[in-house]
Design a protein. Structure first.
Length: 246
């Protein structure tokens, strides 16, 4: 199969392209660095020619609320229109577990919810794959929160596990719904951050801490029933990260 990975040169996308190639598929990495821009539409028709599946794992280049919304909502509209012209049969969008479980979603969550709405109404058979937070993102999450975090339960997942699960989803029949992806272990967010950040920063525990105004509720960062559970534990991931730094 020809599978185009939008955001295919990024952290998740590059691993996804590799896994799909190892499975014998023609995996094409598409991103601004390869001449493909979903927000402007540049290069989309050429990249999607002959594709059976498109997997969108793009991340916004900005944290400004209005710009994030335009990136995910308007970029998805252009992408899905190009897929319709190319005859693509399956659109896979990587999203986030829990963002619909709060009445006050942060700007990034609002933008991803808008993206999901576009995908549902885009006319292409689809699967929305909502993943829990990445191990690789825990340190950044702590920084964004000023190193003040609650003991809310979290069930993070390794980026490579996300890529492997997405590779399987891409070649499956479209779910026309949501599939959740999560790691194997659940632990308090503040404790996980201490393990990941180490001695670099002190993590302060505050049960009332928020994420950009979004309360850290007990169901925000964990999957529901029926999630696809990845194998990599925090300890395994930490050993791998230490090996990469050595």
């Amino acid at each position: 199969m020809k599978i185009v990975v939008i955001g295919g040169t990024g952290q998740v996308g590059s691993r996804l392209v590799a896994h799909l190639g190892e499975a014998g598929h023609e995996a094409v990495a598409a991103s601004p660095s390869t001449g493909v821009d979903t927000l402007t539409g540049e290069g989309l028709d050429a990249a999607l020619a002959g594709a059976q599946v498109v997997v969108d794992v793009t991340g916004s280049p900005t944290w400004e609320d209005d710009a994030i919304l335009r990136f995910f909502r308007d970029g998805s509209r252009k992408l899905l229109a190009a897929e319709a012209r190319a005859g693509v049969g399956h659109h896979v969008a990587l999203s986030i577990v829990g963002m619909d479980r709060t009445d006050t979603p942060a700007g990034y969550f609002r933008a991803k919810l808008a993206q999901e709405d576009v995908v549902r109404g885009g006319g292409i058979p689809y699967t929305i794959a909502r993943a829990t937070q990445f191990f690789e993102f825990v340190a950044q999450l702590a920084e964004i929160s000023g190193y003040v975090l609650p003991p809310a339960p979290m069930q993070p997942i390794a980026v490579d596990d996300v890529a492997r699960l997405l590779a399987g989803i891409a070649v499956d029949a479209p779910a026309n719904g949501i599939v959740e992806l999560a790691g194997p272990e659940r632990a308090p967010l503040d404790a996980l951050a201490r393990r990941v950040v180490g001695d670099a920063h002190e993590i302060v525990t505050d049960p009332d801490a928020t994420y950009a105004g979004t309360p850290w509720t007990d169901d925000l960062l964990v999957p529901g029933d029926g999630a696809r559970i990845a194998p990599t534990t925090l300890e395994q991931w930490l050993r791998g990260a230490a090996h990469d730094r050595a």
